[in-house]
Write a protein that binds this ligand. Structure first.
Ligand code: M6R
Length: 374
């Protein structure tokens, strides 16, 4: 049942190309760039009128939500707020006129997320869901759903469901942009074409970084702490890298926005601290390049204090390898799609470290796959 893999987690990591492909299947036209999401069931007028999207989710799904904020705000120019589902109803949320709610959940049964959905409903906010399980509780109460077609996920650590959520959010962002008239046809077609290349690129990453991650695990499996840094849309991926490592290897890890290091966490850096820095870029996107340059200075701040940097960089970036101890490369892609690619090495790094430490990768202590209590 593990398809020849040692753990469900490793099997599911390797299923990502298929999961991503299936999540876009029938939803995008490679001829026109048009996105189709008929199961959302809200009309174009409701999307045009929308003034705000509020996303509530937990854990890994919350990280997907944070990345989704960058996608939706950039492409559809719709303000997005992201809440921990477990906090949402305790902060007396204020509903804006024409606000839309979105719940992101692999299982569709997370009690905190159900509670957030009910709070939204009671405030008169229509809710949508991104969910991996057809017919799950949250989809039954939602107006409409985007199903992530990742297939059943057994490992407690979410992997393929996460990259499928990122894929669904990207299609949603582009769909909203088209409904709201903020995406030029040419740009849409370019993005859809790039999206269709992602499964192949994930395959490439799986092939090219696995051995390197296993080797890194040899050097770093005894670390006491880990830091994960990223800027912009890469920051949620840093958070996800840290969560994966924490939950399966029991090593303390923190994700931080790279630019915030000088406001406190720099004090933690010494020669025993591994720092994973997401330093990818889309050279055709000035915003992405600017962020990359700032990230390079952040890397220098870490190496100057003898921190041990593992960089996630774009293929062809040889400059960065001169600055850091280790580099893992991912193929180039538009800025908003890079998160899918850079997630893969972080999953494999966590996996190999946990295996070396003799941890129960599929069933980490104290955790359940589906958290049905608040
Ligand atoms: O089923 P959900 O997506 O609603 O679950 C949310 C979290 O419980 C889940 O992502 C959890 O953080 C995972 N163990 C992360 O790997």
């Amino acid at each position: 049942e593990k398809g020849g893999y040692k753990h469900f987690m490793l099997k599911e990591i390797n299923e990502q190309p298929r999961a991503i492909r299936d999540t876009t299947l029938g939803r995008v036209s490679l001829d026109s760039g048009q996105v189709f999401l008929p199961d959302l069931k809200l009309g174009p007028e409701e999307f045009r009128r929308a003034t705000q999207l509020t996303i509530a989710a937990c854990g890994t799904s919350w990280h997907a939500a944070l990345a989704g904020k960058f996608m939706i705000e950039r492409l559809a120019r719709l303000p997005v707020e992201v809440d921990y589902a477990s906090e949402y109803r305790y902060r007396s949320p204020i509903a804006s006129p024409n606000e839309i709610g979105l719940l992101i959940t692999q299982s569709g049964e997370t009690a905190d997320t159900i509670a957030a959905q009910r709070e939204m409903t009671s405030l008169g906010i229509p809710t949508l869901a991104i969910c991996n399980v057809v017919g799950a509780a949250i989809t039954r109460e939602a107006h409409g759903t985007i199903t992530t077609n990742a297939g059943p996920e057994i490992g407690v650590a979410s992997t393929k469901a996460f990259t499928a959520q990122l894929t669904a959010l990207f299609t949603l962002a582009l769909y909203l942009a088209q409904q709201r008239g903020t995406a030029a046809a040419e740009h849409s077609l370019h993005l859809v074409t790039e999206l269709s290349k992602i499964p192949g690129k994930v395959e490439e990453v799986l092939r090219s970084v696995d051995d390197a991650c296993a080797n890194l695990a040899k050097s770093f499996s005894n670390a006491r702490d880990f830091l994960f840094l990223g800027r912009g849309i890469h920051y949620p991926i840093a958070l996800e890298g840290a969560l994966k490592l924490k939950e399966i290897s029991y090593i303390h890890a923190e994700g931080y926005p790279a630019g915030e290091m000088k406001h406190g966490p720099n004090a933690l850096i010494d020669e025993s601290l591994p720092v994973v820095v997401i330093a990818t870029q889309d050279p055709t996107d000035p915003q992405s390049v600017l962020k990359y340059e700032k990230t390079l200075s952040n890397i220098q701040e870490v190496t100057a204090r003898s921190g041990r940097v593992i960089a996630i960089a774009t293929e062809g970036d040889h400059e960065i390898s001169k600055l850091v101890e280790h580099t893992l490369h991912v193929p180039a892609a538009p800025e908003l799609l890079l998160p899918i690619l850079e997630t893969v090495p972080l999953q494999l790094l966590a996996y190999h470290i946990a295996v070396r430490r003799g941890c129960d990768v599929d069933q980490p202590r104290n955790l359940a796959k589906s958290v049905t209590v608040e």
